[in-house]
Design a protein around this ligand. Structure first.
Ligand code: C2E
Ligand code: MG
Ligand code: MG
Length: 727
């Protein structure tokens, strides 16, 4: 039983208090009754005393009057016998202690005895004096005696007197006996009352106990049960037995209302847990649920020595679907992906496999192998990954369009790669990233080497933040020449990072990091602004009759996708005062092709402004010259890998020739990059290539050096001499 001062204890306390009050009242009553008995006894005794005194006095007065009357003659004649007879007869009366007849002088004449031993003696007792001198009946109280005396007269002559002593002690004794009887009577009455009080107290006790029991049963127990249930609910155990009641009173209503409320709380809790643990779109487990299950399984696996594989699948270029076809189509694609992954996992993933969506386009599969086949974990994971890559590589039909998407998968193994859930999940992510690096639509197992590369990337990302503001970044300009007259027509702006410890870091190392981390969003516009500003400076350094030089700025895919490229270009031109015709934008071929519709719109807008758009590294992500028809570009930059091999590889010559011919047929300018050797330059010139850039013609140099160059080379560059200088 609970010891705290609860409802029951309060009722118990109240009952006890009420009982105590009743008992105190009864005790008071009893006490009053006792003192009343005593008072009754006292009053009775006094009344009896009074009444007895009166009676004795009246009797004495009557007897003495008669006796005095009767004695007058015998005393006159001094007839002692008659006096004796009368005295004795008076003495025989009950309660009479003495009878004394005396003469006028107070000497005893007779005392009712035979021998009269006191005869002739003077009466000397305390009452004698008043009796002797009394002229009428006199009543006096002595010790234990009532003395009644009367004079004996004959005519007017006083012969003497007579005294009768009545014994009061005997009377008192009788009174005492009467009082004892009264006391006993009162006691009996009191006892009867005590019994009543006892019975009443017992009834009261029984009533209290019954009240307590009823309160316990009707109030305390149901309330305690409700409190217990509330505690269960509070601690999240909704399935604990709910109190039920068939009672038709308020407590019954309360219990039923509580039951309904707890059911609804349980329902809400289930709903919230379901929402918290499932992915709203696909209904698969989400990251939270996955993490909990993974932790749970890892705990079991540590004991069982079994293996486990995590597969991180990420849809390649999924963002493109959202951007071009809208989010509804994106959701539909995700659903189709989820169902394909689900089917493949059912077929190849084993019984315990778990599929979850981590949000966005990321799916994770947990695969488990039994101890007997533990050696096969890597092979089993490979099989599943292969099956996934091939199943997810199939085109998806959505909104009447066929979408080609691949999936990159990273695989990590427990306990080979890591033993904790966090490390495993990080490994899976790294391996998936590696698969993306390896060209997408493939899978990669986690390896520590990748991990280190990732760490380095993270370090670069950290250091890259704020590098522009710290003045560690600058732009180098590489001149671009017209092939046929070998005149400089512009320059490409190339970003440089002078790292305080590591020295010059190439953009090929950090641009990708900037791109993936989103740093390019701030870096890109800064480059564009600086390049435009510098281009205005070049202009000022050149004589007015020279044709203006263009500056060509590399724009990353992310800048293209972000949607504010156009606004950012407009701002730069307006703020720096550079003419739109002098600005070229270089986009990689893959960027444009991967999002043809969006790119086409944007490029069309830029071209309307007068800004020229070039496709950089053309030929590397080669997916058909036909794209050139659909994407409105002004120029293509043949990638330096083709240029490098032109002198030796006839295929590259053929390809370069085809590109040039095709581009020209579409009115597109052809630029060759990476021209390092004279023979390369010559071949390009023969094939009609329009512009060229490369170490043969000029290295990328800082602004000051480039300005100096502008001052020196006003005319065509002597390729032969430049080439000789290079080598
Ligand atoms: P890219 O746009 O194709 O730039 C040409 C790259 O080739 C430059 O490398 C340049 O230094 C190098 N190059 C020029 N002539 C020769 C040559 O004769 N032989 C050889 N082997 N290489 C030559 P860099 O500066 O390291 O830039 C690498 C890439 O980084 C660029 O390729 C471009 O895609 C990217 N990048 C550079 N600056 C920026 C920038 O400001 N923004 C963005 N988004 N990307 C940039
Ligand atoms: Mg470029
Ligand atoms: Mg290039």
């Amino acid at each position: 039983m609970n010891l705290r001062y609860g409802l029951q204890a309060k009722f118990l306390g109240m009952m006890a208090l009420a009982l105590l009050v009743v008992l105190a009242l009864m005790a008071l009553l009893w006490n009053r009754q006792q003192s009343m008995h005593a008072a009754v006894e006292g009053v009775s005794r006094a009344t009896m005393d009074d009444m007895a005194g009166q009676t004795v006095r009246r009797r004495g007065e009557a007897v003495i009057a008669q006796l005095a009357e009767s004695l007058s003659n015998p005393l006159y004649y001094f007839d002692l016998d008659a006096v004796g007879t009368l005295s004795r007869s008076a003495l025989r009366q009950p309660g009479t202690r003495y009878v004394i007849v005396y003469d006028a002088d107070g000497n005893v004449v007779h005392d009712g005895s035979e021998a009269i031993p006191t005869y002739g003696m003077q009466m000397k007792d305390a009452l004698a004096k008043r009796a002797i001198s009394a002229s009428r009946t006199e009543v006096q109280a002595g010790s234990g005696v009532m003395d009644v005396s009367a004079p004996i007269m004959i005519g007017p002559q006083r012969l003497g007197g007579v005294r009768i002593g009545y014994d009061l002690n005997e009377l008192r004794q009788q009174q005492d006996e009467a009082v004892v009887q009264l006391h006993a009577q009162l006691d009996r009455l009191g006892q009867r009352q005590l019994v009543w009080v006892g019975v009443l107290s017992a009834a009261l006790l029984a009533l209290s106990a019954m009240m307590l029991w009823l309160i316990q049963r009707l109030l305390v127990t149901p309330i305690r049960q409700l409190a217990d249930s509330a505690r269960e609910i509070e601690s999240g155990r909704f399935d604990a037995a709910m109190p039920a009641s068939t009672r038709a009173d308020e407590v019954g209503d309360l219990v039923r209302a509580f039951g309904r409320m707890s059911q609804s709380v349980a329902r809400h809790d289930r709903e919230i847990r379901r929402m918290a643990y499932t992915d709203a779109l696909t209904g698969l487990a989400n990251r939270l649920a996955f993490r909990e299950i993974l932790d749970e399984r890892l705990l079991k696996l540590h004991e069982g020595g079994r293996q486990l594989a995590l597969l991180f699948a990420d849809i390649d270029d999924f963002k493109r679907v959202n951007d071009t076809l809208g989010h509804d189509a994106g959701d539909e694609v995700l659903l189709q992906f989820a169902s394909r992954i689900g089917e493949t996992v059912t077929r190849h993933g084993g019984a315990d496999a778990l599929l979850a969506r981590f949000g966005g386009d990321e799916f994770v599969i947990l695969m488990q192998a039994c101890p007997a086949r533990s050696g096969d974990m890597r092979a089993a994971a490979s099989r599943l990954a292969e099956a996934l890559v091939s199943a997810l590589g199939e085109p998806i039909l959505t909104h009447g369009r066929q979408v080609f998407l691949g999936t990159s998968i990273g695989v990590t193994l427990f306990p080979d790669d890591a033993s904790g859930a966090t490390a495993l999940m990080k490994n899976g992510d790294i391996a998936m990233y590696q698969a993306k690096q390896a060209g997408k639509s493939c899978y990669r197992f986690y390896s520590r080497a990748i991990d280190q590369a990732v760490e380095r990337r993270e370090q670069i990302e950290q250091e890259l933040r704020g590098a522009w503001e710290r003045g560690e970044m600058s732009l180098a300009y590489q001149p671009v020449y017209r092939v046929h007259d070998r005149k400089m027509v512009g320059a490409e702006a190339l970003l440089r990072w002078q790292h305080p410890q590591q020295g010059l870091i190439s953009p090929s190392v950090f641009i990708e990091v900037a791109e993936q981390s989103g740093l390019i969003d701030t870096l890109g516009p800064q480059v564009m602004r600086a390049a435009c500003r510098d281009a205005v400076l070049w202009q000022k350094a050149r004589p007015g009759n020279e044709e203006p030089l263009f500056v060509s700025v590399n724009v990353s895919p992310r800048q293209l996708r972000s949607g504010d490229l156009r606004a950012s270009v407009e701002d730069c031109l307006r703020d720096t005062g550079l003419s739109a015709h002098q600005l070229h934008i270089e986009l990689t071929e893959t960027t444009v092709i991967s999002d043809e519709v969006h790119a086409s719109n944007l490029l069309a807008q830029l071209r309307v402004m007068g800004v020229k758009v070039w496709l950089d590294d053309f030929g590397t992500g080669f997916s058909g010259l036909s794209h050139l028809r659909r994407v409105p570009v002004d120029g293509v930059k043949i990638d330096r890998s083709f240029v490098a091999d032109i002198p030796r590889d006839p295929d590259d010559v053929a390809l370069t020739t085809a590109i040039i011919a095709m581009a020209h047929s579409l009115n597109i300018v052809v630029v060759a990059e990476g021209v390092e050797k004279l023979d390369q330059f010559e071949i390009l010139r023969e094939r009609g290539c329009d512009l060229a850039q490369g170490y043969l013609l000029g290295h990328p140099v800082g602004l000051d050096e480039f300005m100096a160059l502008l001052g020196n080379i006003r005319h065509g560059v002597d390729v032969a001499r430049a080439g000789a200088a290079v080598h």
